[in-house]
Design a protein. Structure first.
Ligand SMILES: [Zn+2]
Length: 107
């Protein structure tokens, strides 16, 4: 099993119970907690970066899937993860008002 911390890439990972039926892990280096799906077993970081780069360059998820053979749902999840990490790491990052309103309406 090769799991890297999504925050600091450390491999010093301990199991930390379960969350919503999935294995929960905690990084011993930075204390970050994350669930199993955070690390995509079977895809290298290179593949993930390629997919995200293609997305940022304006490719659709289906196009990325066709070229990289990575399921588009996986790519969508990666994009969301990156968005969350950006939100975590940038203190002055502000979500657009529209997004927040949409989230409230979906509650
Ligand atoms: Zn870490």
């Amino acid at each position: 099993m090769s799991i890297n911390c999504p925050k600091c890439q450390s491999r010093s990972i301990i199991k930390n119970g379960h969350r919503r039926g999935k294995q929960n892990y905690q990084c011993k280096s930075c204390g970050r907690q994350f669930i199993e799906s955070y690390s995509e077993v079977g895809y290298s970081r290179k593949v993930k970066e390629d997919c995200l780069t293609m997305y940022l360059n304006g490719n659709g998820f289906r196009a990325i899937e066709r070229i990289t053979k990575v399921n588009h749902n996986t790519v969508i999840r990666w994009v969301k993860q990156i968005g969350n990490q950006l939100a975590d790491s940038k203190e002055d990052y502000e979500k657009p008002e529209v997004v927040q309103l949409d989230e409230l309406q979906n509650l």
